[in-house]
Design a protein around this ligand. Structure first.
Ligand code: 2F8
Ligand code: CA
Length: 230
């Protein structure tokens, strides 16, 4: 019988038994490896599952965030849209009111020029009564702001009261809205009436510079202005 010598414990062993033991230990270590490999596989699977779960949660969070943003943007858009619609309705109402007002004024003989309507009287009154008539119509005696407007007043070829007076302080001419006279369209040698002539009119209408000072109690036609655009 063949024997194997073991130096570590100074013993002999049957060769057959020794080889059986080697095979057994080898089988054992293969199983360990398989178990270890299986455990590693499970760990990897778990890790993949966790990562997948996290990605799903991230995706869900992203979808929720995008939905919230989308809804809040939609609400903001709805609000803006409502504001715009309300603004548009206001503007449309204003435009319709203005159209009605303009048609009404035109029918009553008012003349449109450069953002204002003008009424030219066909009777004569003193300056204050003339102004009162304009005020009662929702207007005032004309305030002349430009050469064009000055030319517009002369085309009626009438001596008309305008919204100009120095009744408050002699020599300090003011328009009826309180603004001082800056653009001067006085006729030559006017104003010449001193304390006797404190109200302005278009007495010298054939000339471009038609303005004159007259006694406020005297009777003239008058011209009212109603501003439509600011
Ligand atoms: O010639 C200018 C002069 O004409 C008239 O007087 C004659 C005017 N009078 C009235 O309007 C009442 C003056 O104001 C004017 O200066
Ligand atoms: Ca005068």
């Amino acid at each position: 019988m063949e024997m194997v010598y073991h130096e570590e414990d100074n013993s002999y062993e049957n060769v057959h038994y020794a080889s059986v033991r080697t095979v057994e230990s080898k089988i054992c270590s293969d199983e360990d490896r398989k178990v270890a490999a299986a455990e590693l596989g499970i760990k990897r699977y778990r890790l993949a599952a966790v990562i997948l779960g996290l990605l799903c949660m991230l995706q869900a969070a992203l979808i929720i965030f995008l939905l919230i943003s989308l809804f809040s943007e939609r609400d903001e858009f709805k609000r803006t849209n409502l504001d715009v619609e309300a603004g548009l309705k206001n503007l449309t109402d204003e435009r319709d009111d203005l159209k009605r007002k303009m048609n009404n004024l035109a029918q009553k003989g008012w003349e449109y020029f450069n953002g204002s309507f003008y009424y030219i009287s066909s009777t004569k009154k003193n300056w204050q009564e003339s102004r009162d008539d304009c005020l009662q119509k929702g207007a005032d005696l004309v305030i002349i702001n430009s050469k064009e407007e000055q030319n517009f007043t002369t085309k009626f070829k009438k001596s008309m009261w305008i919204g100009l007076t120095d009744s408050e302080t002699e020599g300090t001419w003011k328009w009826v809205d309180g603004t001082p006279l800056t653009k001067r369209y006085w006729h030559s040698e006017e104003p010449n009436g001193g304390e006797r002539e404190n109200c302005g009119n278009t007495y010298h209408y054939p000339s471009e510079n038609s303005l004159n000072d007259s006694p406020c109690y005297s009777s003239h036609y008058w011209i009212c202005e109603m501003k439509i655009s600011p």
